[in-house]
Design a protein around this ligand. Structure first.
Ligand SMILES: *Cc1c(COP(=O)(O)O)cnc(C)c1O
Length: 223
């Protein structure tokens, strides 16, 4: 539920001595249709939404109209780049090939893509995310691409029922972000966003906690 998540964000910010306005909630809508998203999120005044599949996004974006800031939170495939100019932020960019594809499309359409570079901090066998050792090269590549703008770094912590175990991953991403991207980070999901906030997250990507069963309290949101 949105009100609960916002309250938990506020408490985590208070613990960390942070202003809650430094933490932007991306409400991840994957698997939920436009009407559910409207009822659970938009109706309460929150308009930053995330989707992880470009295909699903196109139908949903059309249904929900222009008053939404859309983020692509999942991994982006090179052949989908041409559909991505409608996103305010691409969270999952992790290869030179993808940066080149974005640059080519951006140049063709006079568009600048704001991106986060996804890093596989934990070194676990994960499908996506750049090796931290390769990050410097990717950052340099983005900086040399006039139609791609680096907004920060992103990571996914390995799934673990104990959120504290994500802390070293978040801390490491933050350190990399301090070096490469003014400290800006997208990290933390339903199971671990409070730890991510304590470790400095500037975007959190929360899905299931917003759509958990239960009545939604109306009119409690002022941002
Ligand atoms: C689904 C998803 C989320 C949100 O996950 P929840 O555990 O439902 O909060 C965040 N980031 C990415 C990349 C996702 O695919």
């Amino acid at each position: 539920m949105l009100a609960d998540v916002l309250e938990r964000i506020d408490r985590a910010c208070a613990r960390a001595g942070r202003d809650h306005r430094e933490v932007r909630l991306v409400a991840v809508t994957k698997g939920h249709d436009a009407e559910s998203v409207r009822a659970a999120v938009l109706a309460h005044g929150h308009r930053i939404l995330g989707e992880n599949r470009v295909q699903e996004w196109r139908a949903k974006a059309e249904a929900l109209g222009p008053d939404v800031e859309w983020h692509l939170v999942g991994h982006l495939q090179t052949n989908k780049v041409r559909y991505c100019r409608g996103f305010a932020l691409l969270h999952g960019v992790d290869s030179a090939r993808l940066i080149d594809a974005l640059e080519a499309d951006g140049e063709r359409h006079d568009h600048v893509f704001p991106v986060l570079l996804q890093v596989n901090v934990s070194g676990e066998i994960a499908k996506h995310g750049a090796d931290p050792a390769a990050l410097g090269d990717l950052v340099a590549r983005v900086r040399a691409a006039p139609h791609v703008r680096l907004e920060g770094l992103m990571t996914m912590a390995p799934y673990d029922p104990e959120p504290e175990r994500a802390r070293p991953v978040f801390r490491a991403l933050r350190a990399l972000a301090e070096r490469h991207a003014d400290g800006r980070t997208s990290m933390g999901m339903s199971g671990d966003f409070e730890v991510a906030i304590e470790e400095g997250a500037t975007w959190i990507r929360v899905g299931s906690a917003l759509f958990a069963p239960g009545a939604t309290r109306p009119n409690e949101v002022d941002r």
